[in-house]
Design a protein around this ligand. Structure first.
Ligand code: HEM
Length: 204
């Protein structure tokens, strides 16, 4: 009996967490840029139109409000993904050799895509962005509560370094999103499946 025929390519908890995360990330990055503009680390600032909150106080309010949504959503995703074996099934096995082979095929536009199955480049990128997210949250906590979390601040080499780590982790995530969205545009059939769930193709 072909009972697995209608199994969704993306289970609903993954889709829900993914789109909540997109909303939270956009708010966090834009409000973060607003906060950065008040005291830039480098010789540039972000265009006001790309920031959120209108002024420093507003940007901080957005950042500190949406961070709860971001972290709560991440914890639900991590708990569900670990408990249900989602990460084990979708992100592993993974080897540098497979990443190298799939990268070469992707660059030659010869990498096949099956809904609900990630190639090695995707697996590496998704695991990488999860680690960057962890770094982003930890460095953010260090900047937010430097006195209470002085041990964490010390781990980053001081408050100044924690700010740099926070900025670089944000940059890595923004770079991920640019490549991720480009990959989605190259294989557009993946997008509706991430909204409605789609159908995992039958293996046999
Ligand atoms: C408008 C922006 C975005 C679009 C259109 C988008 C679209 C998608 C699509 C279509 C997939 C499924 C890919 C496939 O089936 O091969 C996916 C998966 C994924 N996306 Fe996004 N995405 C966006 C933003 C983000 C952001 C901001 C993050 C994290 C910072 C993210 C992280 C992920 C992860 C981790 C997965 C794998 C989910 C899992 O299976 O557990 N995405 N995305």
């Amino acid at each position: 009996m072909a009972v697995s025929a209608s199994r969704p390519a993306h289970p609903w908890p993954v889709r829900l967490c993914h789109w909540i995360n997109v909303f939270a990330m956009v708010c966090m990055v834009m409000s973060g840029w607003g906060i950065y503009n008040a005291s830039p680390l480098f010789g540039f600032t972000f265009p006001p139109a790309a920031t959120l909150g209108g002024w420093l106080g507003g940007a901080i309010a957005w950042h500190l409000a949406v961070m709860w949504l971001l972290v709560a959503n991440a914890l639900v995703y991590l708990a569900w993904g670990t408990g249900r074996g989602h990460f084990r099934r979708r992100f592993f096995p993974l080897s540098p050799r497979a990443v190298w082979q799939d990268t070469r095929q992707a660059l030659a536009f010869r990498l096949p895509h099956r809904l609900g199955q990630y190639n090695a480049v995707q697996k590496a990128m998704y695991l990488g962005v999860l680690l960057l997210g962890l770094l982003l949250v930890l460095s953010g906590l260090a900047i937010w509560k430097p006195v209470q979390l002085s041990g964490l601040v010390a781990l980053f080499g001081g408050f100044g370094w924690a700010r740099y780590v926070h900025f670089y982790a944000m940059s890595g995530i923004v770079l991920f999103v640019v490549i991720h969205v480009l990959m989605v545009l190259l294989v557009p059939k993946t997008l509706p499946a991430m909204i409605t769930g789609g159908k995992e193709p039958n293996d046999e």
